[in-house]
Structure formats: C-alpha cells, structure tokens
Write a protein that binds this ligand. Structure first.
Ligand code: FDM
Ligand code: MG
Length: 213
C-alpha cells in the first residue's frame, strides 16, 4: 500500500472491447481533469519500450510467440511502468489509462488460457481508483467494427473477450463501473465526468492499493 494524501493524483482506467470508445473517452476526461491539475494520459500496451516493441511486432503479426509468453510480456509491460505510476500519483499527477490488467486477463483468457493463471502476474500492480468499462453490445460492435489486420481484430475473438470481461474475478474487488458506450460521445462523457468529479475528494483519502491482493 502506497501513501494516501489529500493531494495525490487519481488513477483512472478505461476498458472495453476494440472500438468501444475508450480512446475518445479517456482523452476527453483527461482534458477535463487538466483544468484542475497535472494529468498524464497513457495506454497499454505501451509499444514504445523494448518489451512493448516485441508486443507491437506480435500484434502486427511480424512475430510469433506462445500465448503464455506474450501474456507475460503484456504484464511485464505494465510492471515496467508501475513504479512511475505510483510516483506520479504521489506527486499529485492524475493518470488516465487506456487499457490495463483487465484487458490483459480478458484477451488471454479468451484464447483459452486459465483465468486465474492469467490474473496472477498482474497481482500487486497499482490498483486504479476507478475502472470505466465501456460496454457495447454485439450489434453495435459489429456496426462500428472496421477491423484492421492486427491480431484479435475479428468478430469471434471480440465475442469471446466480451464474455471474459463479465467475470467477477475481474470486477469484484475493484471500483468497476459499466458505462453504456452505445450513446453519443458527449452524453457518455457527461456521465463519466460526474462520476469522476464525485470520486475526486473521496478517493484521494485512500492510499494507492495493490490490484487483486
Ligand atoms: N491486449 C492489450 C492484450 O491482449 N493484453 C493486454 O494486456 C493489453 C493491455 O492488445 F487487442 C490486446 C488488446 C488489443 C491489443 O490494444 C492492442 P489496442 O488498445 O487496440 O492498441
Ligand atoms: Mg485495437
């Protein structure tokens, strides 16, 4: 557990399937929060680190890896940022993050890996203060999807990932909020903004906790 304080930053994570609006909504809330103090936007995978480079090659199908190995790389890619996240939060910077360990588990479990095995390497990471899960149903997802040729960008995989995201082992012990992502972007943003503004004072009084511990 890392120190609490009235001035610590908030750690907000956006999760969901591909094309659910995570990038749009995470950038909108980051701009909103910038009015109140320093904010960093980040995403996982962070393709810019050496581990992230390998993940990027894998996603672009230029590198083949066993499912287990790439799962560990995705997790390691979070661990290499973890200390920096804690330091930023302590220094008063709010972090808005597009995907985190929840995607890590959902996508790997969707490929058939054991759920608890997938969760294990991410145990102990900085725990977000709030997770906004942008939910879109199958029909909306299909209408929006203009999939590229990255790995996982196909309807069968998305359906399988959707099912994994429902698992209580992901949602149970964290501040998880389902957001209906099928609506107008401004309407969704207003709902998220209200939720975040409501959580600002309360969450800062808590120490940064460790995920799934
Ligand atoms: N993804 C993302 C994973 O499989 N595991 C992870 O831990 C993370 C963070 O990588 F298909 C998948 C989800 C997606 C792909 O992500 C790249 P973006 O957000 O579409 O770039
Ligand atoms: Mg994608």
């Amino acid at each position: 557990v890392w120190g609490a304080g009235a001035s610590r930053g908030l750690f907000l994570v956006f999760e969901g399937l591909d094309r659910s609006g995570k990038s749009t909504q995470s950038r909108k809330i980051a701009s909103h929060l910038e009015k109140a103090g320093p904010v960093k936007w980040m995403c996982f995978p962070n393709r810019k680190t050496p581990i992230g480079n390998a993940i990027d090659l894998y996603l672009r199908r230029q590198l083949e890896l066993p499912d287990e190995a790439v799962h560990r790389l995705f997790s390691a890619n979070r661990w290499e940022m973890a200390q920096g996240i804690v330091e930023d939060l302590r220094a008063g910077t709010t972090i808005v993050c597009d995907r985190y360990a929840f995607s890590g588990v959902a996508y790997s479990a969707a490929k058939g890996l054991d759920f608890a095995w997938c969760q294990a390497p991410d145990r102990g990471l900085p725990c977000p203060d709030g997770i906004f899960f942008l939910h879109i149903d199958e029909k909306v997802g299909a209408a929006r999807s203009n999939f590229g040729d990255e790995r996982y960008e196909n309807a069968a995989m998305q359906a399988s990932v959707r099912a994994q995201f429902k698992d209580q082992r992901l949602r149970g012990s964290v501040n998880w909020r389902d957001v209906d992502g099928a609506r107008d972007a401004e309407v969704i943003h207003a709902e998220i903004r209200d939720a975040v503004d409501g959580m600002l004072e309360e969450r800062r009084l808590h120490a940064v906790e460790q995920l799934w511990m």
